[in-house]
Write a protein that binds this ligand. Structure first.
Ligand code: PXG
Length: 308
């Protein structure tokens, strides 16, 4: 086993030495942004999209990322080599940095870039074969007027409260509704349902994170299948009466959902549409992993935009 190497404060260090100040506002207030990214066969999946989302999250929180997108890309590939991993989960964080007590970000002059690269613990294989169980959480997703859910911030307590509900009910995932009672997203995944070969997912305006896997799945449906795709608001009732339900996310990829609040969805087994999409998604990963040239990082522009 090679020792895990983590990038923190400008250096690659061992897991034991990867320490953060208790005065970092990431620790004190959950003030920071992050991305969860996958690498397959040594190539990072949709890195441009992840770096753009990180840049957007940072800009919307007036956080200046001290490294360019090109440098972050270089570091991620260096990290894969240092950790000798081809298939990996990459956690890229930018915390507000060290400051004083008191939440004013102006007292934190130096944001902290952290890169953790590890193997991934997915939902158990059985869940992919037989379908995942979920509950609808009582905890509502944060109202976008209070905290914009399109910002992937280090503050996940809203999602964690829903996850605790799932834990209490002995299932792996919870579906969260928005303040108006429409289906929003899960604690770390986006939601889709299928009815009569129409695939439906909530629009970003429902108050969701604009998932990169979600975007890939929408693209697959449009380009590779004869199914229709619709972004529209829906209630839990539509999930209960759906033919199929599935979740998407960087960690989960595409996972069939067969039981919600103990009610079976469709036949109670993973459905044909979901399985077809899983097949296309695997193809997409393969084709992008085997394409030779990563897209030019310059095209993304530089990170460090400050909104004021
Ligand atoms: N909604 C929320 C709230 C998320 O946190 C997604 C949807 C799916 O987005 P992507 O871009 O991954 O398709 C997420 C992503 C983890 C973990 O460690 C969580 C996410 C991604 C990777 C790992 O639990 N959340």
């Amino acid at each position: 086993m090679t020792e895990m190497k983590i990038f923190i404060d400008g250096k690659w260090v061992s897991r034991k030495s990867a320490k953060i100040s208790v005065f970092d506002h990431g620790v004190l207030y959950g003030d920071g942004v992050f991305e969860g990214i996958r690498a397959y066969g040594g190539r990072v999946f949709r890195l441009n999209a992840h770096l753009s989302r990180l840049q957007r999250s940072a800009a919307l929180t007036s956080l200046v990322i001290p490294l360019t997108a090109a440098k972050l890309e270089k570091l991620i590939y260096e990290g894969l080599k240092r950790n000798r991993l081809q298939d990996a989960y990459i956690r890229l964080l930018v915390t507000r940095g060290e400051g004083d007590l008191g939440l004013d970000p102006r007292c934190c002059p130096k944001p902290n870039v952290i890169i953790i690269i590890d193997k991934l613990a997915l939902f158990p294989e059985k869940c992919y074969r037989e379908g995942l169980q979920a509950v609808i959480a009582q905890t509502r997703r944060t109202n976008p007027d209070a905290l914009d859910p399109t910002i992937k911030s280090m503050n996940y307590l809203n999602n964690i409260l829903a996850k605790i509900e799932a834990n209490r009910q002995g299932v792996p995932e919870a579906i969260m509704l928005n303040a108006k009672g429409y289906v929003c997203e899960c604690t770390g995944d986006n939601v889709f349902y299928v009815k009569d070969r129409v695939v439906v997912t909530p629009p970003v305006s429902a108050g969701i994170l604009e998932g990169i896997t979600r975007a890939a799945v929408i693209e697959i449906i449009r380009k590779k299948t004869s199914f229709a795709i619709k972004e529209s608001l829906f209630t839990p009732q539509e999930l209960f009466s759906a033919d199929e339900v599935f979740f998407t996310g960087t960690a989960a990829e595409i996972i069939p959902v067969t039981l919600i609040n103990k009610r079976p969805i469709g036949t109670g087994a993973p459905g044909a549409v979901t399985q077809e999409l899983v097949g296309h998604f695997k193809q997409l990963i393969k084709s992008e992993a085997s394409s030779t040239q990563p897209a030019s990082p310059q095209r993304r522009g530089s990170i460090g935009l400050r909104l004021s």
